[in-house]
Design a binder for this molecule. Sequence first.
Ligand SMILES: [Zn+2]
Ligand SMILES: [Zn+2]
Length: 180
Amino acid sequence: MKKKKILLVSHGQFRKEFLEKIIKDVQLNFNVPVHHVVDRTDMSPFFDASRRQYDANKLLKSLDSVSTAANIKTIGLYRVDLFIPILTFIFGQAIFKGKTGVVSTYRLRNEQYGMIGNEDLIYERFRKVVFHELGHSYGLIHCHIPVCVMRSSTYVEDIDQKKHLFCPKCKEELDNLMAK
Ligand SMILES: [Zn+2]
Ligand SMILES: [Zn+2]
């Protein structure tokens, strides 16, 4: 199996432990080396003033220029509100069978829904979205198994209902795709 690394590119103030956890969890579950860099580029070119959100498609394109041949996948981690034109907001997005993906904590926060904040819950949700988007980038499609991480999620409640793990069928498919 090829052992190219996954690159996580964080933008904005993430807690150190939060980043350490996601690096470790991706490494454990995808069984490839995971590297992390902090991105300090100006976010204003990605801001859509009329929507007051950041354009995920533009961010995906910009990540393409960061990723190198050494990285099999490059995932951007954000704290800002992301959108794609056809949706009000997104938790994450990835290029299907592509190299890049984006994930944001913004809509994963309880405060967004008038509830008391819960850092552990944000992490649990975040990890699921990161795994889900990585799954798409390797070529997995949505799964109907309720607890499978590849189940599609429209609301945070949907994310809470699934686990962070791939069901046996998706796991087998992922292993095959990753071995290519
Ligand atoms: Zn999806
Ligand atoms: Zn599945």
